[in-house]
Write a protein that binds this ligand. Structure first.
Ligand code: ADP
Ligand code: SF4
Length: 693
C-alpha cells in the first residue's frame, strides 16, 4: 500500500512562527468531558493522537482565571502554578511523536457564570450571562483596572504555558465563547472608551495581549488566534468585518484558526451539515494575510483535504471530530491505508459528553477517553487469552464491534446475522433523511473484518438456542438488538394508554421497513426526545402526510441540546410545515382522533388524525438470550454467555459499540470482583490544618 502522490502535499512541513509543523494535520482544540477532573485520561487521549501522526495537537479550552469559568462544563484550568504539572504532562504526551503541542487559553467573559468560583463575572460590556442554560447571573462591565488585571492574568497564563512546555498558544475568540470575540463584536462590546467603537479600538485588547504573549514567552512560542468566521445578527462580528480585521492585522498572529460562527454552526451534525461546510466563509481570506490558515469542516476524505490546500483556501486541515473518530487518520493517509480510516459519522455524541458533564464517548472510536481509564487503544487490541473461539449473534453496532475487537485480539470469531444485511439498526437508520453517514458504523467494521482470516460472518442465519449450544464455542455474546414499542410506554406514560384498534398505529420499525402512511394527517408522538421523532416527521412530510408533532417536553427533541441540534431541528420542522404541540401527551387514542392532555394542567383537547406514529421507547430483543440461558449451556462447553448492546438495554448507537468493545475486552480477563472497572484520579487532600488557599 502506498499513498497517492496527490496526497503528498498533506505531509509537507510548514512554519508557524518560530515553530515548524511536520505536516498539515492540525487537531484543533476540542472538549472531551474529562478536562481537569480526569487529567491522565485526557493526557493519554492526546498521546494517541501524537502516535496517530497529527502535526499539531491542542488541549481543550483552558480557563486562565477563576473570575471566568464555565461550570458545569469541565475544561482545563490554569489558575495557579499547581495546575502546571497536569498540563506539562499533556504537552509532553502531545510532543511524544514529533507533533507541536498547543494550549488554548480562554477567558469567557459574558459566557462564564462562575457557578463554582462564585466570583463576579467580568465582561467587556456587562449584562446577563450568555450560556446554554440562561443562568440568572449578570456580569459586571470591566473598568480600566479590570482590563489591566486581565492583561496580567493572561501574562501569568502565558508564563505557565511556557513552563508547561507548550509550543503554541491559541487565544480563544471563537464560537461567541471567548472574550477576544466579545471585544471585537459590537453585539458584546458597547464600550465608549478606547476599547470600544471603531474596529481599531475593538481590536486593541487583542493587540495588547499578543504583544504581551511575545514578550513573556520571549518570542519562543507561536501565537494562534481562533476566530469566528461569522457572527450573525445586526451587531455581530460578521464575515465582512472579520476580513477587514484580518486585512488590518495581517501579521498579528503566527496563524489564523478560523471556525464557523457559533459552536452549533461550527460543529454541525452530518444530518444538517456536509463535509467542508464553512468553505464559502473562509475562501479568499488567505489573500489577506501572509500567515497560514487552519479551518475545520469534519474532513475525513484526503481528496477533500488536498483540494482545500491546492485551491488556496487552507494551509492546515483542522479537525476535532475526525481526530476523535480516528486518531490515526494522518498515519493512515501517510501510509496509503485509506480503507482503514474510521470516518466520523457526525453524530455529536462526543459533544454530548461535554454538554452533560459526563466523559465524552465516540460512536466510532470506542477507545476515546478510555485509553487510560481502561487501557484501550483505538486500533490495537490486547492479545487473546487462553480460550479460542467466540460466537456473536446479531450484526448491529454492538455485534459488529464485538466481532471486530475479538477478531483483533486473535479469537476465532463467528458472527451470525438473521437478516441478509449487516448493520442492524444502522442498516435501517442510514436510509432515513439526513442519516446516511451513520452507515459508516457498519461499513468500517465490515471492511476491517473482510480481510481477517479468523472472522467468519454468516448472513441470513437466524440462530436458535439449540444452534448456539451446538456451535462448540468458548464464549457467546447475544447482540440481538431491540424493537420500538407500540403502546406509548416510555417516560411520560409508564403503562399503556387506551387505544382504539381502528386507529392505524406505526412505530419507527414500521416506517424503516417501508410501511409508511402516505397522504394522511399523522400524529407523531415523541417521548424519546432524541433524533428519531423529528427524522420520521421529515420522512412523513416527504410522503405527502400532514404531520402533527406531539411531545410532553417543553421543546422538540430536547436531548439534542446535547448534540447542538435542537434549534436546527425546530427550525427544520417549522420550515417543512410540521405543526408542533409542546407539553402535550396523548391520554387515549380513538378511532379518528388523539385526546391530548396538557402536561401541566391536564386540560384535554382532541386532535383529529388518521394515523399515529409512536416514537417512545424500545424493548430489548432478549428472548434468545433468556432461552439459551435456560438450557445447559455450560454443559455444552460454553464458558460465558452474555447479552450486550440494545438487547441488554436499548440506548444510542455509541452505547452499543461501546458494549461490543467492552465485551471483547473482557474475554479471558480475571474476575476483578467488585473492583472499580476503570482507573480514576482522586483529588489530592491537603493537610487538614492548612486553612489558607
Ligand atoms: P445493537 O444496537 O445492540 O447492535 P441492533 O438492533 O442494531 O442492535 O442489531 C441487532 C441485530 O441482531 C439485527 O441485525 C438482527 O437482525 C439480529 N438478530 C436478532 N435476532 C437474531 C438471531 N436469533 N440470530 C441472528 N441474528 C439475530
Ligand atoms: Fe464523530 Fe460521532 Fe465520534 Fe463525535 S461521536 S467524533 S461526531 S463519530
Amino acid at each position: 500500500m502506498t499513498r497517492l502522490p496527490a496526497h503528498d502535499i498533506l505531509f509537507t512541513p510548514m512554519q508557524i512562527g518560530p515553530k515548524v509543523a511536520k505536516n498539515r494535520f492540525y487537531q484543533v482544540p476540542h472538549c472531551n468531558g474529562g478536562g481537569y477532573r480526569d487529567p491522565s485520561a485526557v493526557v493519554e487521549m492526546r498521546r494517541t493522537k501524537a502516535e496517530g501522526g497529527w502535526g499539531v495537537i491542542f488541549t481543550e479550552q483552558t480557563e486562565i482565571h477563576p473570575t471566568s469559568e464555565i461550570t458545569p462544563f469541565i475544561e482545563q484550568h490554569l489558575w495557579d502554578d499547581r495546575d502546571i504539572p497536569a498540563l506539562a504532562r499533556m504537552a509532553e504526551a502531545m510532543k511524544s511523536h514529533g507533533a507541536l503541542a498547543g494550549i488554548q487559553l480562554a477567558y469567557s467573559g459574558i459566557n462564564g457564570p462562575n457557578l463554582y468560583s462564585r466570583e463576579v463575572p467580568l465582561a467587556v460590556t456587562g449584562g446577563p450571562i450568555l450560556t446554554f442554560t440562561s443562568d440568572p447571573v449578570q456580569a459586571r462591565t470591566m473598568d480600566k483596572e479590570d482590563i489591566r488585571d486581565l492583561r496580567r492574568w493572561f501574562r501569568n497564563a502565558f508564563r505557565r504555558s511556557h513552563e508547561a512546555g507548550f509550543d503554541l498558544i491559541c487565544l480563544y475568540g471563537a464560537h461567541g465563547f471567548g472574550i477576544l470575540q466579545h471585544f471585537l463584536s459590537r453585539a458584546t462590546n458597547q464600550r465608549t472608551d478606547e476599547y470600544g467603537g471603531s474596529l481599531e479600538n475593538r481590536g486593541r485588547f487583542l493587540r495588547e495581549i499578543v504583544d504581551d504573549l511575545r514578550e513573556v514567552t520571549k518570542g519562543e512560542l507561536a501565537v494562534t488566534l481562533r476566530m469566528s468566521l461569522h457572527e450573525a445578527g445586526a451587531y455581530g462580528f460578521s464575515n465582512a468585518e472579520l476580513r477587514d480585521f484580518i486585512a488590518m492585522h495581517a501579521e498579528l498572529p503566527d496563524l489564523w484558526d478560523l471556525a464557523q460562527g457559533t459552536w452549533e454552526a461550527c460543529s454541525g451534525t452530518s444530518r444538517f451539515k456536509p463535509e467542508g461546510a464553512q468553505e464559502d466563509l473562509v475562501k479568499g481570506i488567505k489573500d489577506l494575510t501572509p500567515k497560514p490558515i487552519v479551518g475545520v469542516g469534519r474532513f475525513t476524505s484526503p481528496d477533500a483535504m488536498v483540494r482545500q490546500i491546492r485551491s488556496g483556501i487552507l494551509d492546515f486541515i483542522g479537525a476535532a471530530r475526525p481526530s476523535i473518530a480516528d486518531p490515526f487518520l494522518p498515519v493512515k493517509v501517510e501510509e496509503g491505508r485509506y480503507e482503514d480510516i474510521r470516518e466520523c459519522i457526525g453524530c455529536n455524541i462526543c459533544v454530548s459528553g461535554d454538554m452533560t458533564g459526563g466523559i465524552s464517548r465516540c460512536t466510532q472510536n470506542t477507545a476515546f477517553m478510555e485509553e487510560w481509564r481502561k487501557g484501550w487503544h483505538p486500533d490495537r487490541a490486547r492479545p487473546k487469552g487462553a480460550s479460542e473461539s467466540v460466537l456473536i449473534v446479531g450484526a448491529g453496532p454492538a455485534g459488529l464491534e464485538a466481532a471486530l475487537q475479538a477478531g483483533r485480539r486473535g479469537y476465532r470469531v463467528t458472527l451470525a446475522e438473521a437478516s441478509t444485511t449487516l448493520g442492524g439498526r444502522v442498516a435501517k437508520e442510514r436510509q432515513l433523511p439526513g442519516l446516511s453517514a451513520w452507515g459508516r458504523v457498519a461499513d468500517y467494521r465490515i471492511g476491517q473484518m473482510a480481510v481477517m482470516p479468523n472472522v467468519e460472518i454468516y448472513r441470513d442465519s437466524p440462530l436458535t438456542p439449540e444452534d448456539i449450544l451446538a456451535m462448540g464455542v468458548d464464549h457467546v455474546a447475544i447482540a440481538t438488538g431491540s424493537r420500538w414499542r407500540r403502546d406509548a410506554v416510555a417516560r411520560f406514560h409508564l403503562h399503556p394508554i387506551p387505544t382504539d384498534p381502528a386507529m392505524p398505529i406505526f412505530t419507527p420499525d414500521d416506517l424503516m421497513a417501508g410501511r409508511c402512511p402516505e397522504g394522511l394527517t399523522v400524529a407523531v408522538y415523541d417521548d424519546d426526545h432524541f433524533y428519531m421523532g423529528s427524522v420520521l416527521a421529515e420522512l412523513l412530510v416527504t410522503k405527502g402526510n400532514r404531520v402533527q408533532f406531539v411531545t410532553p417536553a417543553a421543546k422538540v427533541a430536547e436531548w439534542t441540546d446535547n448534540t447542538l441540534e435542537q434549534g436546527t431541528i425546530m427550525r427544520r420542522l417549522l420550515e417543512i410545515g410540521v405543526e408542533v404541540h409542546l407539553s402535550k401527551a396523548p391520554e387515549s387514542i380513538g378511532k379518528d382522533e388523539v385526546i391530548l392532555g396538557c402536561t401541566w394542567t391536564g386540560r384535554q383537547t382532541a386532535l383529529p388524525v388518521e394515523a399515529v406514529v409512536l416514537v417512545t421507547s424500545r424493548s430489548p430483543e432478549d428472548g434468545l438470550f433468556h432461552a439459551t440461558r435456560a438450557l445447559d449451556w455450560q454443559g455444552a462447553g460454553i464458558r460465558s454467555l452474555k447479552v450486550i448492546g440494545d438487547a441488554a438495554a436499548p440506548g444510542p448507537i455509541a452505547w452499543a459499540t461501546y458494549a461490543g468493545r467492552a465485551w471483547a475486552e473482557s474475554l479471558d480477563q480475571p474476575d476483578r470482583g467488585d473492583a472499580l472497572p476503570f482507573r480514576r484520579e482522586i483529588a489530592e487532600l491537603l493537610p487538614a490544618d492548612r486553612i489558607t488557599p
